[in-house]
Design a binder for this molecule. Sequence first.
Ligand code: AMP
Ligand code: ZN
Length: 147
Amino acid sequence: MHDSVPAHDPSCLFCRILAGEIPSSRVLETPDAVAILDIQPVNFGHVLLVPRLHHADLAELPDDVAARVATLLPRLARAIQAACKADGLNVVINNGRAAGQTVFHGHWHLVPRFVGDAVRWPWPQGRYEGDAMAVTQAAIALQLTST
Ligand code: AMP
Ligand code: ZN
């Protein structure tokens, strides 16, 4: 069972935080995950939900571990919004360097949001032209039949 003996990478910042080798401000601990305050918050109350199991990114996280960790999201969202008196909350995973990931032990960001805060969101969105939407749909659906 991967959760009874969590994989630990001694070169990984979050593994070291989870092991208590580096201090953190913990708000929740379960057998599967630890939630800590991000040391450089987008807004106060910015929480990182970190699975105990070392995995580089979301794609490497076993489905059952992902399910148990993700179960914590609604409760964390309620607590952060209430404690910070936030108007809203973004839940984000930066998956891979191109997506802005900097710590390669996958984690969820929960970012409290306030009307008129300085965060620039949403991101710019485009549109599909011609058959690009159908081609993209087919390509992803095909991958899902084999994984
Ligand atoms: P990401 O860029 O999605 O990989 O997110 C990594 C996050 O970890 C960043 O938002 C950092 O501010 C945060 N971070 C880095 N070092 C620490 C630390 N020692 N304690 C808490 N958060 C950290
Ligand atoms: Zn790790």
